[in-house]
Design a protein around this ligand. Sequence first.
Ligand SMILES: N=C(N)NCCCC[C@H](N)C(=O)O
Ligand SMILES: O=C(O)CCC(=O)C(=O)O
Ligand SMILES: [Fe+2]
Length: 337
Amino acid sequence: MQDPNGTERVATQLHQACRDVGFFYIQGHGMSGSVSNGVRQEARRWFNMPAHVKEQIALNPHTAFRGYQQLGANVTRYDGGFQRDWHEAIDLYKEEADASASPVHGQNQWPSHSPAFEAVLRQYISGCLSIGQAVMRGIAQGLGLQDDFFESKAGGLTNAESSYWVTRVIHYPPLQEGKQESGGAAVKGSSEAAAGGEIDRAVQLSCGEHTDYGLLTIVNQDPDIPALQVKNARGEWITAAPIPGTFVCNIGDMMRVYTNGAYTPTLHRVVNADPSRSRVSVPFFYETAFDAEVAPVAALLKDNKQPMFNPVIYGRHLESKVLSNFELGGSAAAAAV
Ligand SMILES: N=C(N)NCCCC[C@H](N)C(=O)O
Ligand SMILES: O=C(O)CCC(=O)C(=O)O
Ligand SMILES: [Fe+2]
């Protein structure tokens, strides 16, 4: 980015990556290792605290889905049922004083009993907001739009200040014995879960396959445990291995709408296949402003192409996801811990 032609080159690379893959790595992002590594280190310490401490900031509908979720509480929905994601996490969002306008609006529950963790987490969030805004400028330029398109009215008035950001501090213990993927392990039919209940799959996942909900995800992962897997165009799972000093980034559902399908969010999942070590990651989601009406951008509808997507309010899309993401207080989750 120091080079006068640097932004153009990066914008072109972003365009190719978003169009062809949906995932890319960033380096030279300006966040110091003491923040990116520190936040994971403090997270690991916190997750090792006793359950009753972690439960002090437990998430539920009355906390606007902000706070701690125990192992197995976050689920991934499939046709006819759901599978428990094998992770525990703290979810934080942009804080919103007027909690009445949305079930996800409210104040965060910051990690209890750990001022150092809270301090570095706040630094991390502020750093990611700057990075998110900068990368979205590059993506706008790569699309041939004004670089501040996403900050403009048509782009949702999204900037580091207004972004309805999310961060998830996630701890992935080893998968349960006997449930790891072993060359083509059978997956029981989802027809068994016609009632919409829990699916008993042979393969357990640290996080089930999904796309992210908004604009841009920035993943800060442990350097030595490859676990994030990305589905390529042939349907194969490709590991996005950690590269120290970089973040893995991917685009979310709103980018499909803005680009009228030219960019599509890529399915990904997490499999911590290491039987002896837990993994920590801290994805940061740089998302559209909550009230933004997201619609295909007129300038991108070339050759009289019709818009393929109806406008969506980002906040409503987020609510529909968050409200179905949890199976709270399930006895299975409690029993498993
Ligand atoms: N805010 C975002 N993007 N969160 C992504 C969480 C994905 C896991 C969730 N079980 C799911 O199925 O979506
Ligand atoms: O832990 C990771 O590497 C990514 C997690 C993820 O995909 C998510 O939380 O949306
Ligand atoms: Fe994700």
